[in-house]
Design a protein around this ligand. Structure first.
Ligand code: TEU
Ligand code: CA
Length: 551
């Protein structure tokens, strides 16, 4: 058997449009940060036509859905997470027609499109907020969260912005403060107001009617705040150097029980359409996270599970995490796993290039929907950002917290600007772009890109990996072992989180063989005296074939 992976056009990919909700259960989601995927008009910023131009690549890679970070109209104070019109595309990214073409072209390739929905706050330039701030008795005033100053003239309570500094800004003209969980340019909507809810449900329908396959809902756990806006208590475990937001326990500013009702309303809107998905962005501890599946699964289909981002990179810690997560899931709740996104240091930067391969095997073999962050499949690491090129406002507020290093342009070819643009891009390219790019890596049988493509293909070939059950096997030293099974097929995964070579034992039944090694090669290899060798930083995917079965 050989390990060759030949590039193939989308026509060579097996059918991937799965019936009903299976598409988001068995499929792989790929996050595109549109500013950084592909520029087509030479302004150094990625655009929608660029995403469309790269759909063949996504089909070749084998993913099932793309999630697009925000492309709606925005003054870009937070790079699209500050929306000034929910029903239009920002001219920087293109037009509604470009968007429709993207959806049509994606669907033609059997790729689903998931939009980013940012309902917690608007831009300060949204017409709703312009009206709201016009006067205290404006009909839209109550669409946002306004309060009189405290007795000393300061903010109404002690809440802190997620980007540092106060979460309240005084509007001098009307003499009241408005609340913003993020930038002052991102006023929070008042989700207790039924008109706000109705308007936002209409936004969902607007995009559903255009054919989008689902939403990733930004900071969904933030939508409802304490009705009395009580002070948050001080965090006794806060250590200097952490983001300022961690100095308070966010018990009153987010994660209120009333939010479940809002999410159920969103779900009801989606459920009136066929097989659309609702994904919630939620940074909460496990026991709170799983509440977002909702009573009788009336909540988010997939409350994003960021636990792998927050757990130390050790076999035992990851084993414990998987066990806790599997145990915490509600009956019928479908798991999901995330290794990185546009807010988090890249996986290769966190664990190194060698363990980055182990991480890819983990992400794509655990039970649950994986979300892959663009660029991780070519091994992008932390890209250095010179001070004069900083873009993220968080970096200006709290130096060191900036998210630019994980938002740099995708690298397509070894040529100028890595094929991302014809001009200098909005953020610098990885200095290693000449070697770390799609064209260079795609025909290399041992590249990180080939590893991703093979893992995604394996999930399609082996239902044990995409929809099979999960069973923990062992954790000993640096090696974590688990199994996935479906029908009579058993797939076993052994991950070496250490740099030293070791071995992993398989049960005495015959028929074990290697399906994939993170290092490439070894396919079809059997055990030696009941053991498989594991190199340092190597992960193996094994399969047990019934004796006599063809491989
Ligand atoms: O992020 C929410 C959010 O909580 C993160 O910024 C978080 O504070 C941090 O990254 C956790 O380590 C979402 C978007 O993903 C982000 O890009 C936006 O800036 C933010 O909401 C505001 O819309
Ligand atoms: Ca552009």
């Amino acid at each position: 058997m050989t390990d060759d992976v030949k590039p193939a056009g989308p026509q060579a990919a097996p059918a991937r449009l799965l019936a009903g909700e299976l598409w988001w259960k068995a499929g792989v989601v790929y996050q595109v940060y549109p500013r950084s995927f592909q520029d087509t008009n030479g302004d150094g910023v990625g655009d929608i036509k660029g995403v469309t131009a790269r759909l063949d690549y996504l089909a070749w890679l084998g993913v099932d859905a793309l999630w697009l970070s925000p492309v709606c109209r925005s003054p870009m104070a937070d790079y699209g997470y500050d929306v000034s019109d929910y029903c239009d595309i920002d001219p920087l990214f293109g037009t509604l027609a470009d968007f429709d073409a993207l959806v049509a072209e994606a669907h033609r390739r059997r790729l689903r499109v998931i939009m980013d929905f940012v309902p917690n706050h608007t831009s300060e330039e949204h017409p709703w907020f312009r009206e709201a701030r016009a006067s205290r008795d404006n009909p839209k005033r109550d669409w946002y969260i306004w309060r009189d100053p405290a007795a000393d003239g300061g903010p109404p309570n002690n809440w802190i912005s997620n980007f540092g500094g106060p979460a309240w800004t005084l509007d001098p003209a009307t003499g009241q403060y408005y609340y913003h969980a993020f930038l002052r340019e991102q006023p929070d909507l008042n989700w207790r107001n039924p008109q706000v809810r109705a308007a936002m449900m209409d936004v969902l329908r607007f995009w559903l009617d255009r054919g989008v396959d689902g939403f990733r809902v930004d900071v969904i756990w933030h939508l409802m705040k304490d009705g009395l806006l009580r002070d948050n208590p001080v965090n006794p475990d806060y250590r200097p150097g952490e983001p300022e937001i961690n100095s308070l326990l966010q018990i009153h500013s987010a994660d209120q029980p009333e939010v479940m009702q809002v999410i159920a309303e969103m779900r009801a809107v989606l459920d009136a359409y066929d097989a659309r998905v609702l994904i919630g962005e939620i940074y909460l501890p496990l026991e709170r996270l799983v509440a977002y599946y909702g009573t009788d699964l009336s909540g988010a289909h997939l409350p994003f599970n960021f636990q792998l981002i927050q757990t130390p990179w050790h076999a035992k810690a990851v084993a414990d995490l998987v066990a806790e997560y599997e145990a915490a899931l509600p009956a019928g709740g479908w798991p999901n796993w995330v290794l990185g996104n546009h807010d988090q240091p890249r996986i290769a930067a966190r664990v190194g290039d060698a363990q980055g391969r182990v991480a890819a095997v983990l992400l794509l073999t655990l039970r649950g929907t994986p979300t892959l962050y663009y660029g991780d499949e070519i091994g992008l690491g932390r890209v250095p950002i010179p001070p004069e090129r900083v873009r993220d406002p968080w970096e200006h507020n709290e130096p060191g917290r900036g998210r630019d290093p994980e938002r740099t342009p995708m690298q397509w070819v070894p040529g100028p600007h890595a094929g991302f643009s014809t001009v200098e891009p909005w953020l610098p390219l990885d200095p290693q772009a000449q070697t770390g790019n799609v064209e260079t890596l795609r025909d290399n049988p041992t590249s990180i890109l080939t590893l991703h493509r093979r893992l995604i293909a394996l999930r399609r070939e082996h239902p044990a990996l995409s929809i099979g059950a999960y069973r923990a096997v062992s954790v000993s030293g640096d090696v974590l072992v688990y199994e996935r099974w479906h029908g009579d097929e058993v797939v076993r995964v052994a991950l070496n989180f250490g740099h030293e070579a070791c071995t992993t034992e398989v049960p005495p039944e015959s028929g074990w063989e290697v399906l994939l090694s993170s290092a490439g090669g070894r396919r079809g290899e059997g055990p030696q005296d009941g053991y498989f060798a594991l190199a340092g930083d190597e992960a193996l995917v094994l399969v047990r074939r019934a004796p006599g079965a063809e491989g």
